[in-house]
Design a protein around this ligand. Sequence first.
Ligand code: HDE
Length: 711
Amino acid sequence: MSNKEKAKSKKLEQLDAYTSDSFDKAITTNQGLKINDDNNSLKAGERGPSLLEDFMLREKITHFDHERIPERIVHARGSGAHGVFELYEDQSELTTAGLFTDTSRKTPVFVRFSTVAGSKGSPDLARDVRGFAVKFYTEEGNFDIVGNNMPIFFIQDAIKFPDLIHSVKPEPDREIPQAASAHDTFYDFVSLSPETLHNHIWAMSDRGIPRSLRMMEGFGIHSYRLINKEGKAKFVKFHWKPILGAHSITWEEAVKINGADSDFHRRDLWDAIEKGQYPEWELGFQIVPEEDEHKYDFDLLDPTKLIPEEMVPVKIVGKMTLNKNPENFFAETEQVAFCPSNIVPGIDFSNDPLLQGRLFSYLDTQISRLGGPNFHQIPINRPINETSNNQKDAMMQMDIPKGKAHYFPNSIGGGCPHQSKMAKGAFASMAKKIDAQQVRGRSESFNDFYSQPALFYRSLAKWEQDHVVNAYSFELGKCTYKHIKERILYHLQQINEDLAQKVSDNLGLEIPKEIDMPVNQAVGAEESDIKKYQPAPKKNYLEKSEALSQTHNKFDTIATRNVAVLVADGFDMDAFSEMEKTLKNKDAFITLIAPNGGIVKCSDNMEHEVDAMLSTTESVLYDALYIPGGKKSIDELMKEAKVFKFIKETFKYCKAIAVDGEADKLLEKCIDVPYKDDKAVFIDEKPEKFVDAIAKHRNWEREEVAKQIIV
Ligand code: HDE
């Protein structure tokens, strides 16, 4: 079965009806007129001016002039793919939602991953949160989980979102820096808004620079509700767990990748799907009964808090597989419109004030981004079930709605479209008791800003903590205002003294004893109210949470890991073929790199196609390095300065290296720190050991020594 057939779904069949191609077709105007010269405009004489009469020129240029739509105000840079969600077990004790109760269904999905701050053409490896938006085309309508790769958000109230984003986007006077949080305005905002600290420390950790979009977790963040047929509701948090495990790279490497291939993540996702290595995630629920709403030391409605998995385990319920690339980036990935308000029966919202704001914002933004309120008719956004209502007009109506009555109730149209009972699959908002006074303010239970960042930092491995220290030092080092850096140091001190001390040493600044704490209350608020909103003292309700560190992760596969193989004419075929067989059996990708393109000959005089010329590629684009022996090949490689850089970098960034025979000479020449006893360096060893080391992603313990290497 071809990949395309495997990916078949009701959504893809629907999209097929809208696809077109130009193969074997005559070029025409948009009015269907065949064109006999698409190279020359109509002119008054060969050297004369163009004529206004030239409708072909005008049509072509006019279309071109309007080919861009506004990029998303956030999450502009993104990559998408089609797939399917399959349920493991019926979850009807929790919800009536068809996609979570019917195990025979294969619910089509479209997923878009993104960075947040950068423009559409910004590099993939920015330090940033990643968007993880999933549209389920269910039989009851579209359901969107518009999440991120971190389980919490920066702010607690939607009214702060424009401020957060204005602060992180390029500064308004010079439009600098692009796709980077390391600048004054962002840190000014963070330092004055301690609610941001939890998401911020996640962004400063390795989670901010994933190895691949296929190797990161996803989170719905907010508490939602699942409702069963008895009408019983429970809170739920949605989790996506990648089958390949969650892995990251270091900042230094990210900077180099952005130069070598700024489409690194986009290419990686596309290539894996094209090669039939479909990315997969398991979906999990964290369930909290409504009775337990107030049981925790944090508020379930506060989106800056996670529920540690040690307190509420994640129940795995199904699997999502991405199995088809889009046909057209603009039509699908650019025009897809996610809205957290897209919901289906059996699921409902919570009062999380951030979620409440999002329920408005997404629908609203699509209207200017996609040109009007009929954006749901764009093929990628159409639900797979039928839609029918009285919103028939507006820009770009694509259907021709028949009939006279476009209001409800009506008798002329037979009362149609008619309302449906819940028993017939209609959505009805759950009955929620609300007995409160209108206030502009926040709950006191939202005041704890330090406990969870502290839990996060405590839960990291030593090397992960080092990366956090480096990230804070780098980002604050890029800021120019001393008072902003000092305010951040103060907050870091509240989170973890060791962290604050290391960063302040790096910056050469003192940690202030106190700062003027900003007040999230109305101007002129009562003193007692102002006090109410001061940060609460840090609590320690859990010493560590393993789920927060990427060291407690999946390290059991090398599928899709890209292994660079450095060769020149005369490389040892015996060693190479054993290695190649082992790696390919485990679904790793191999890239044969040689000083020149075309063909490279092995010791058996066989010809092998070169995948990449040394000058066109960089070590940072690979997960591991293998160099087979062969005197002639190694002598050739010895002459290439780029080979030295390649080896040094691979070692420096803690990746697995295997060499055979004479290739050890290359290591000796390049690596001027002890490497023979390194856990992930293999000299004339069995390929299986190399495989295990690649599966471990990196030998981070090497970092202490490797940082002395200069490249
Ligand atoms: Fe978004 N966000 N957001 N956001 N968001 C958008 O919608 C917004 C928030 C997220 O691939 C925009 O269609 C507000 C949290 C993703 O197309 C916009 C608030 C989370 C994507 C918008 C938030 C997200 C967006 C821009 C605070 C994680 C990309 C274009 C109340 C749970 C979706 C668009 C895609 C996109 C508004 C906060 C995730 C402007 C007002 C929290 C993954 O509507």
